[in-house]
Ligand binder design. Structure first.
Ligand code: G3P
Ligand code: MG
Length: 311
């Protein structure tokens, strides 16, 4: 019948779309779920007119605990199952670095948890072939000092001082570059890892006269999006039995300087929400990195608009 034909067509279209969600400021504030996010995820998990699951991955610049621990916590607060197979946090793609470095200094987050993350990724011991900042520092003074000590040391050997610190410097990686994050400090975004990195760069430049070479992961860096493609393909396979990228990917984010600029550069449809870092008024888009699909009051409105456009 005609109704069946329409449903068949809509199902085909539904299988050609997917979402990438930012977490902090879109699905949650810190450890508190945003109510509309629960409804949006439920809808995408099959509570819709077609009864079909629409793939969505979570792409966050957050971090500091294992993927398993964070997904368990998110599943609980959002009241929807979140699999590690649909989850990318800032340091997840850095797992690939375990092939190159045995022994790394890992900083950020709470000490024990971050060590567990690094060991899960395959880093063996914690000596120093490289420095990796995985999450926000909990102790700026100590972390600054130990980073400078190592950057100025002879080939990563603590308590030494290099004759030519630039030539023998070990590499330094940061898991993300955001200056601000929303968290649950309502109305006033907080400084995050980007602020820490700028300070490290300034200290190094002042001490040596040379710019610090460093690698940054996370949104909006390209490496994170290429990693997201792989996760998206695998998740498409899991949900629809086809390992390919859908044509229409919607990124829903709250931070124009990471979520939106990154999604725009990568050819995704971008939706900016008003529940996080972005504080624009009704009808306003971000002047520097405008969302190409639109600005929405919350994630549910964005999801509904995207689904209405595609189906
Ligand atoms: O910037 C730090 C982090 O809390 C941001 O998380 O989910 O908004 O990328 P998210
Ligand atoms: Mg965010």
């Amino acid at each position: 019948s005609q109704v069946q034909d329409i449903n068949k067509e809509k199902t085909a279209k539904a299988k050609n779309m997917a979402f990438a969600f930012d977490i902090d400021g879109v699905l949650a504030h810190g450890n508190h779920a945003i109510e509309e996010a629960k409804v949006a995820l439920k809808m995408l998990n099959g509570d819709n007119e077609l009864g079909i699951r629409i793939p969505h991955i979570l792409l966050t610049n957050g971090g500091g605990k294992t993927e398993e621990a964070r997904c368990a916590q998110l599943s609980e607060i959002l009241e929807q199952p979140i699999s590690t197979d649909q989850f990318i946090q800032s340091h997840t793609p850095m797992q690939a670095l375990a092939e190159y470095y045995e022994t790394v200094l890992v900083l950020g987050g709470e000490g024990f948890k971050i060590r567990e993350v690094a060991e899960n990724y395959g880093f063996k011991t914690v000596k120093f072939d490289a420095i990796m900042v995985f999450a926000d520092s909990r102790d700026y003074q100590t972390d600054f000092q130990v980073i400078m000590d190592l950057l100025l040391a002879e080939d990563g050997k603590l308590l030494t001082k290099a004759k030519d610190p630039v030539a023998t410097r070990i590499p330094i990686y940061f898991s993300q570059g955001d200056l601000l994050m929303p968290t649950d400090h309502k109305g006033l975004p907080r400084l995050t890892q980007g602020a820490f990195r700028i300070s490290v760069e300034a200290q190094y430049k002042t001490l040596t006269g040379v710019d610090l070479e460093r690698v940054v992961y996370g949104k909006p860096e390209r490496a994170t999006y290429t990693y997201a493609d792989e996760v998206m393909k695998a998740w498409m396979e899991e949900l629809h039995g086809v390992s390919r990228l859908p044509e229409n990917i919607y990124m829903v984010g709250d931070n124009p300087a990471s979520d939106i600029i990154g999604g725009n550069m990568y050819g995704w449809n971008t939706c900016l929400v008003r529940t996080g870092v972005f504080q624009g008024k009704e009808g306003e888009n971000d002047p520097n990195s405008p969302a190409n699909f639109g600005v929405f009051n919350n994630v549910l409105e964005a999801v509904k608009a995207a689904v209405a456009k595609e189906l």
